[in-house]
Design a protein around this ligand. Structure first.
Ligand code: UDP
Length: 351
């Protein structure tokens, strides 16, 4: 649902949308708001006249006034069509047109989400949906005793006697590390001892933007002694998997505040550790987290910070959401399920 109105503040419509939109999202109805910003400011003169006429004022609108009015509506329609308001992932059409013909040599493509299936696929191409999954038996995901986790955390210079929240992610624009810091700062207002860890060791070789993002995030952290950033410019550390596991095991709350995310393995990894994960309300994160049940989906740093504070306040809530999270991963996001999806596909291909 997209609610469109002409002013962010002031008047009854703005007033009610302010409450209606978060409530609607909390119910699981994906709802957005668009405030019109007319290019031609005379639009408001026309709408005021329309308003007055609806109240009973005499007269008619001129051709020019109607043109201003409809012109502005067209602009809004264009804005919606061209923006990411409609779907959270609108791939660049030029790139799709360029690359999709490559698939014509194949019988099947596999997409991780139904909504990622490109709209204009070559004729006759089969589509399979198979979301990613995690391996519960690797060093990263196997059960780590709490004491072992605490020891690793201590060795990272983090105070194990104070609460910790963590995001495990490459330093990447779409992972929104700035937003994680903002959320942490909001939660810290009510939880003064709170610490944050940002683990971005897997700074992939295929990601040339990493260094600039890291630098900018560092500035945003502004030498805060309770924000711990970990990165590894010379490639992955041998201890990487232990560090990921320890942070996910030890943290009270995990964050994956992506603003775009194909799937987000870190979400399932965290959920598998029985932790509440606060995830960006986008892409594959929405498949993993059922909002309010097995984690929280958020649309802003403020929302993330408030959820963080709420979870930090309430150990029972953390335990309940963590248990539901682990169960959801067990049911849907472990690697045997992915293999099963592939096997089914192979079988169908044989016929
Ligand atoms: N990862 C890691 N060390 C880090 C940061 C990330 O091993 O310091 C791992 C993380 O545990 C996950 C993967 O990198 O398994 C990231 O996958 P995801 O789907 O979350 O995001 P991507 O990096 O593919 O966008």
């Amino acid at each position: 649902m997209i609610h469109i109105n002409s002013t962010a503040y002031g008047g009854g419509v703005a007033e009610l949308l302010h409450s209606l939109i978060p409530l609607s999202n909390a119910l699981g109805v994906e709802t957005q708001r668009l405030v019109m910003t007319p290019k031609d400011i005379r639009f408001f003169d026309v709408t005021k006249r329309i308003h007055n006429m609806l109240q009973g004022a005499e007269g008619q609108l001129s051709e020019e006034e109607l043109a201003i009015y409809y012109g502005c509506l067209d602009d809004v329609a264009d804005e919606i069509n061209n923006s990411d308001l409609q779907a959270d992932t609108n791939p660049n059409q030029w790139l799709l047109d360029e690359l999709l013909p490559l698939t014509s040599a194949y019988r099947t493509i596999v997409c991780s989400l139904e909504s990622y299936v490109p709209q204009r696929l070559p004729e006759g191409l089969n589509v399979s949906i198979a979301p990613p999954a995690i391996d519960p038996l690797t060093a990263k995901n196997a059960k780590m005793p709490a004491d072992d986790a605490a020891q690793v955390i201590r060795s990272l210079g983090i105070d194990v006697s104070r609460p910790l929240v963590t995001q495990v992610s490459r330093f990447d624009v779409w992972k929104d590390p700035w937003g994680v810091i903002d959320a942490f700062r909001i939660a810290r207002q009510t939880h003064p001892g709170l610490q944050l860890a940002l683990l971005g060791l897997s700074q992939a070789d295929d990601d040339p933007e990493g260094a600039a993002v890291l630098e900018s995030v560092r500035e945003h952290a502004a030498n805060d002694p309770d924000i711990h950033m970990f990165f590894s410019p010379d490639g992955l550390l041998a201890t990487n998997d232990q560090m990921v596991n320890a942070l996910q095991t030890h943290s009270l709350v995990l964050v994956q505040k992506s603003t775009r995310e194909g799937f987000g393995l870190t979400v399932s990894e965290g959920m598998w550790k029985g932790k509440p994960v606060i995830g960006g309300n986008v892409g594959g994160i929405r498949l993993q987290i059922v909002d309010g049940e097995s984690g929280y989906l958020v649309d802003s740093a403020e929302e993330a910070g408030n959820r963080m504070a709420q979870l930090l306040d309430n150990p029972e809530l953390r335990a309940a959401i963590g248990a539901a999270a682990q169960d959801r991963v067990r049911q849907r996001f472990l690697i045997p399920r992915l293999l099963h999806d592939y096997l089914q596909r192979y079988q169908r291909e044989q016929h």
